[in-house]
Design a protein around this ligand. Sequence first.
Ligand code: FES
Length: 263
Amino acid sequence: MPLNVRQVENAKCPSNKPMKVFFDADGLSLRVTKNQMKSWIVQYQLNGKRNNVSIGSYPKVSLVDARKECSVIKKMVSDGKDPKIVRQMQKAEVAASETLETIKNLKTLSSKQLEKINEYVEKYQNVPGALLPLMHAIQDDFGFIPEESYKFISKAYNLSIAEIHGFVTFYHHFRTHLPGKNILQICRAESCQAMGSENIENYCQEKLGINYHQTTEDNLITLEPVYCLGNCACSPAIMINKEVVGRVTPKKIDQIISKARED
Ligand code: FES
């Protein structure tokens, strides 16, 4: 059965904007909307009903490829298959295999952790600016933002992996690795710097044998920079786990580290 070409010059795109429609001899139509999003639309008639199916956008799909796809659709129609339904099934298969792939890539997360991430994703899905509270919730629970969760979040929030990665790495608060048992944060903001925080950070790095964003070999202490702990009056300040300590000296640091190692 030949494809039925129908001209719909007064058609409107879903956002109700008028669109121009150009037709090709093979039954292909190139639909051009006001925002210049162009898609190839094949119109066909099956069992007396008219329908159309999109086969991609131009120029991503070239005219040559569109013609080839058009022949495939013609064959489907002549075999009595509905191209729209066949394509929907193909899309569903791809989506299912991508979901499977996503789950496989989450191999380092337990099913419980996966459930938790899912819970947080759903909780913030409709909240404006959801990414920030979502990441806080995940980090508060897991101690870091597992990279394996990016794919999962990107699907749910319709963002690219690069956007999520950019977001996580933009805020120094977010970690991409599991920290040690204790987190020692040293304030590097103005007031603390003026009061000698640089000496404190050098002292800590030397004593622990690590740099910022690293964890000691015994996995007990992770060293991180922070930018103001709200304790400027008592600079230089540090935070050990959730406890802020002011007027820090190397002696105080020794005590803090020994205590953290003992606990
Ligand atoms: S600058 Fe360090 S606590 Fe404010």
